[in-house]
Design a protein. Sequence first.
Length: 107
Amino acid sequence: MSLSLPFEHGQLVVVLLREPRERIWGRLLGLEASGIALRGVDVSPWEEILSLVRHGDLEMVALASRFYPMHRVESLYLDEPSSGVPSLGEQFLERTGMAPSLFLADL
């Protein structure tokens, strides 16, 4: 019996990686048994990213399309609000004035 996954191409997701430990926010490009393709950013400098985008310095943000092999993936979850805390996408829109879909769009 196969599981029905809630993940679809284009959705905003957060991926927790191991070795090295990273937390990546972005737009899902693909999900397969071999790994995850994502266009996004490491959220460790989240405040800096928001500031750079807000001031129009998009070229300074380390935004990229990447493939992460499944052996590095610790967990994958939809970027959605939880317990009254807004999602990263909602925070991004509120604090930068730019839609996440525009920021994470393909070049």
